[in-house]
Design a protein around this ligand. Structure first.
Ligand code: ADP
Ligand code: ADP
Length: 228
C-alpha cells in the first residue's frame, strides 16, 4: 500500500487570492524517493506543511500508512518522521542538545559521525558546550538539522529544501549520505532545482499549486521547459 496518499487536495491561505494547493493528487509508495520541484511560490512547501499538519486541507483527503491524516496527531507524526523544514526550526541550547533531540539513546560517537557527514566536524562535542545552535550561520543550521535527522532513524523523511544554503559540493556529499541512509525508507524532498536528484524514483513538478509533470530525472531533462 502507498505510504502517503493525497487525493484532490485544495488549500488556500487565509486572505490570499490564489490557492496554494489546487487539486493536488499524489501517491507515494512505501520505500520510494520522490522529489518535488518547481518555481518559488508553486506550493512545494505547503505540500509538506500539509503532511505535517501545519495546514489543513479544505477539500480532498490525505492518508498516511492507510490512516486518515486527521486521525493522527501532529506530535506522533513528528516523532515518527525525519523532518527538515526550511526555516524556523528550534535550535535551543548547544549543538549537542540539538543532536540529542534525535533520541535519548543516541551515543556520542554517533553524533560525531553525523556531524562529520554534514561537514560540521569542526565542532567537537566537548567544545560545543559553548557553541549555541542559534548562533550558527544559516547553512550550518541546515547541516545541524540534517545531522539530527540522520541520527533519528525513522523511516519517513520529509525534507524541505534542506540544502538551500549549502554550497553545491557539500550538498552533493550530504545527498549521497542521506540517500544511502534512507535506502529502504520513504523520502520526500522539496527542491527548487533538479541538480543532484538523478537517483530519485520520481520527480514531481509543481506550478501554481498544481502538479504539472511527473517523471524520472532523465525524462524531465529530455523535455523542454524544465530549467529548475
Ligand atoms: P514554494 O514552497 O513552492 O515556494 P509555498 O508553498 O511556500 O511555495 O507557497 C505557495 C503559495 O502560498 C505562494 O503563493 C505563497 O505566497 C503562499 N503562501 C505560502 N505561505 C503562506 C502564508 N503563511 N500565508 C499566506 N500565503 C502563503
Ligand atoms: P555562512 O557563509 O555559512 O552563511 P556566516 O557568514 O553567516 O556563514 O557565519 C560565519 C561564522 O560565524 C559561522 O561559523 C557562524 O557559526 C558564526 N556566526 C554567525 N552568526 C553568529 C552569531 N550571531 N554569534 C556567533 N557566531 C556566529
Amino acid at each position: 500500500a502507498p505510504e502517503i496518499e493525497i487525493n484532490d487536495v485544495d488549500y488556500l491561505y487565509p486572505g490570499e487570492a490564489r490557492k496554494a494547493l489546487d487539486g493536488v493528487t499524489l501517491s507515494i509508495p512505501s520505500g520510494s524517493k520522490i522529489a518535488i520541484v518547481g518555481p518559488s511560490g508553486s506550493g512545494k512547501s505547503t505540500l509538506l506543511q500539509l503532511l505535517m499538519k501545519f495546514v489543513k486541507p479544505e477539500q480532498g483527503s490525505v492518508y498516511v500508512d492507510s490512516l486518515p491524516l486527521e486521525s493522527i496527531d501532529q506530535e506522533n507524526l513528528w516523532q515518527h518522521s525525519n523532518v527538515v523544514l526550511q526555516e524556523n526550526q528550534f535550535f535551543y541550547g548547544t549543538i549537542e542538545d540539538n543532536l540529542q533531540l534525535a533520541g535519548e539513546s543516541v551515543k556520542k560517537e554517533e553524533m560525531v559521525k553525523a556531524l562529520e557527514s554534514v561537514g560540521l566536524s569542526r565542532f567537537s562535542l566537548e567544545d560545543s558546550v559553548y557553541e549555541k545552535g542559534e548562533n550558527l550561520s544559516g547553512g550550518e543550521k541546515q547541516r545541524l538539522a540534517i545531522a539530527r535527522t540522520l541520527l533519528k532513524g525513522e523511516h519517513l523523511w520529509l525534507l524541505d529544501e534542506p540544502t538551500s544554503s549549502i554550497d553545491a559540493l557539500t550538498e552533493q556529499k550530504i545527498y549521497k549520505h542521506l540517500f544511502s541512509k534512507a535506502a529502504e525508507d520513504t523520502l520526500l524532498l522539496v527542491s527548487h532545482r533538479l541538480t543532484g536528484l538523478e537517483s530519485m524514483d520520481q520527480i514531481v513538478v509543481m506550478e501554481n499549486g498544481t502538479i504539472v509533470e511527473t517523471g524520472t530525472y532523465e525524462e524531465l531533462m529530455n523535455k523542454q521547459g524544465y530549467f529548475y
